[in-house]
Design a protein around this ligand. Structure first.
Ligand SMILES: [Zn+2]
Ligand SMILES: [Zn+2]
Length: 416
């Protein structure tokens, strides 16, 4: 039995374990010091979720090389998994809730520095979300992290994508070895966000009828969301930043005949990298993805550009772009105002849209509050690996055709 180089006996249950092993060795040949088994270290963590649970049936599991070690998650969400043998390379932590627990599993990639480090927080997604106000008040919606991450038209509803080049309707993946995500949202105190029709920044006339139609769509959208997301503002009340025309802490709406598609939603570039995850993933993903980069950053402005005046009356297009500037991507996964799949198209946010947007906003807030890099990403991986038996990272699944071609595009980064 190898002697392990490490650990300081700082925790009482280490001492109990040591005593038990020494006692078990009695009656054999007298034990030498090399028979004393000390754990290599402890992986400490904390599970956080918006769901109501005391974690009565939740297991934390670390698989690292040939080691497969578990510990029960305590009622306060904390867990300590004792790692017996020295580790190298990458290990995996899974948080495995029993079937009656209201949370999705988590899946986290570990590196040796995580053992013995300060406890890491894992933010887990609820399995159900009850909408508490608006048109869908009281509706219980199943939350599906895998579908929310499905990027058939990128980015996915929760902001995942393979780097791509967009030309009109066509998305071309430029790097299929990199899987990226931008979790974006306005700071909680930003609501209601001032919204102004930007006649000065438009290259055509936004008519009174366009304005009436637009604000009607905003009202319908807010009734579906169940909260006051937007506040109409006169353009002169919005601070316009210099250089590329863009607003500060507000949304402007322009008529712009130069956009190559019907509508565009633009938000500020995600230049605040609050956390990231990067690893040589060839050994664990089962795909050719080698790097995963995740950015979570506040939205500080939004610009919506519509190609023609008539599009102001297109309820689906207007709300779709407003959902983009709130941080939602695309999806063909459920009936949605964000989909291009004709049979699933809605012209207002559906209950799954409202719930998945709310969960993304809440999980992002919890990740920031707990300074965690294991949240939305861990829930997507956990649902795929633990629940569905898939690889952590999905393959590219682009299905463009007449019914699925995007009618708009969405990007972050600068003004015009
Ligand atoms: Zn409002
Ligand atoms: Zn879109």
């Amino acid at each position: 039995m190898p002697m392990h180089p490490q650990p300081a006996l700082t925790r009482p249950h280490f001492a109990v374990l040591l005593l038990a092993i020494v006692m078990a060795a009695c009656g054999e040949d007298s034990p030498g010091p090399q028979d004393v088994l000390l754990p290599f270290g402890t992986l400490q963590g904390q599970v956080v979720t918006s769901a109501e649970t005391n974690f009565a049936d939740v297991t934390a599991r670390v698989v690292w090389g040939s080691q497969n070690l578990t510990a029960a998650v305590q009622s306060d969400g904390s867990f300590d998994v004792e790692i017996i043998d020295a580790v190298s390379g990458f290990g995996m932590l899974t948080i495995e809730p029993g079937p009656n627990e209201p949370i999705h599993p988590g899946w986290v990639l570990l590196s040796p520095g995580d053992v013995g480090a300060n406890p890491g927080t894992v933010v887990l997604a609820p399995k159900m979300w009850t909408v508490d106000s608006g048109d869908y008040a009281g509706v219980e919606v199943p939350i599906d992290p895998q579908l929310a991450a499905d990027g058939r038209v990128m980015p996915s509803f929760w902001g995942f994508y393979f780097p791509f080049f967009q030309n009109g309707f066509l998305q071309t993946v430029t790097d299929n070895s990199e899987w990226a995500a931008e979790f974006r949202g306005w700071p909680p105190n930003a609501f209601p966000i001032p919204v102004a029709l930007d006649r000065l920044g438009s290259d055509g006339d936004i008519s009174a009828a366009d304005s009436i139609a637009f604000w009607g769509h905003v009202e319908v959208m807010e009734a579906a969301l169940g909260w006051d997301a937007f506040a109409p503002a006169p353009l002169e009340d919005v601070r316009i930043l210099g250089g590329a025309r863009r607003p500060a802490d507000a949304i402007i709406v322009q008529l712009d005949s130069s956009v190559a598609v019907r509508g565009v939603g633009v938000i500020n570039r995600a230049d605040v990298r609050t956390y990231g995850l990067s690893a040589d993933a060839t050994t664990w993903s089962g795909t050719n993805v080698r790097n995963i980069s995740v950015v979570s950053a506040d939205i500080t402005y939004g610009i919506i550009r519509l190609e023609t005046s008539g599009l102001f009356s297109d309820r689906q297009l207007v709300i779709h772009e407003l959902m983009h500037v709130l941080g939602a991507g695309h999806g063909c996964s459920w009936a949605s105002v964000q989909t291009y799949c004709a049979s699933l198209l809605s012209d207002v946010p559906t209950a799954p849209d409202v719930a998945h947007l709310a969960v993304m906003m809440e999980m992002r807030a919890l990740e920031l509050e707990h300074d965690s890099r294991w949240g939305i990403l861990a829930s997507v991986f956990g649902h795929r690996v633990v629940t569905l038996g898939l690889t952590p990272v999905p393959g590219i699944d682009l299905t463009y055709g007449p019914v699925s071609a995007p009618a708009d595009w969405h990007r972050s980064g600068g003004g015009r």
